[in-house]
Design a binder for this molecule. Structure first.
Ligand SMILES: [Zn+2]
Ligand SMILES: [Zn+2]
Ligand SMILES: [Zn+2]
Length: 176
């Protein structure tokens, strides 16, 4: 955990609310560049393009779609290079990988040290990233009880977001 305030990027406010997404991307890019520089890494053109594609929407981007979107921006990038770039961005804590979807999502609060916990709407695919101390405490208790050290985890909870619940709560057309 670093000493900087753990304020979220505007992206985390996006769910179900209007926000200035171009400003949100701009902030995310600024932050990503800073993280790379502070770690002695370069925020190369390719890293920037991949990051921008992941941040294009507040929805997970499937690896396959990302590869084809990137191919339309620049030619001759091998998939392995793109995966390496995604690994790099993940290692910097800038993007998360959603294992079950094989998709990537920009981290909406990259300034805090955390593992990914996600609520995934099965209807509209919007994903909300959670930052829950309670989860971490339970995991710490399991680590102690089992004498096991967790190095990596992604918790993915599937369901319906508020908007989709409302859309689904009308009269059930299958009932007489
Ligand atoms: Zn946004
Ligand atoms: Zn995150
Ligand atoms: Zn939804």
């Amino acid at each position: 955990m670093n000493e900087r305030s753990s304020k979220s990027l505007s992206g985390s406010l996006a769910f179900g609310s209007e926000h200035n997404h171009s400003l949100c991307i701009e902030e995310a890019l600024d932050h990503a560049k800073r993280v790379c520089e502070e770690g002695g890494e370069r925020f190369t053109n390719l890293r920037r393009q991949v990051f921008e594609l992941v941040w294009a929407e507040h929805k997970p981007v499937k690896a396959y779609d990302l590869l084809s979107a990137l191919a339309s921006k620049r030619s001759g990038v091998a998939p392995a290079t793109v995966y390496r770039t995604l690994d790099f961005l993940q290692a910097q804590g800038l993007v998360h990988r959603l294992e079950s979807l094989n998709a990537y999502l920009g981290c909406s609060h990259p300034e805090t040290d955390h593992q990914g916990h996600f609520l995934i709407c099965e209807n509209c695919e919007e994903v909300r990233e959670l930052e829950l101390g309670a989860f971490m405490q339970s995991i710490a208790a399991v680590e102690d009880a089992q004498d096991f050290r967790v190095r990596r985890m992604t918790i993915e909870l599937f369901g319906l977001c508020k908007r989709c619940q409302a859309a689904n709560s009308g009269p059930d057309p299958t009932l007489p």
